[in-house]
Design a protein. Structure first.
Length: 98
């Protein structure tokens, strides 16, 4: 079995499982395929040797980049640290005033 055959079997198994788990996804995919069947690929996706390419489009940036998530986590972390110190300072001031 070549690696392409193995990859195709894995893709077929994923497709079968998705069809079983989410019939709506299957219906949406069929509708999308019907609408885009006769659409030409953009020139950037055309192969240089003139071959017809099956749909191998990958949606890049579908999820936010990792660094944006890391920045958000850092901001939340530092906000938590500031909050903890503010609570500690408030407790110390109350204890000192008593």
């Amino acid at each position: 079995m070549s690696s392409r055959d193995g990859e195709q079997q894995i893709l077929d198994a994923i497709e079968t499982q998705l069809r079983c788990e989410n019939p709506r996804l299957t219906a949406d995919f069929i509708a999308f395929a019907d609408v885009t069947r006769n659409a030409n690929l953009p020139s950037a996706e055309q192969p240089d040797d003139g071959r017809q390419v099956t749909s191998r489009r990958r949606h890049r940036h579908a999820d936010p980049p990792v660094y944006i998530l890391l920045i958000q986590l850092c901001v939340l972390f530092f906000a938590g640290v500031v909050l903890v110190f503010a609570c500690m300072l408030g407790t110390a001031l109350v204890a000192a005033a008593a």
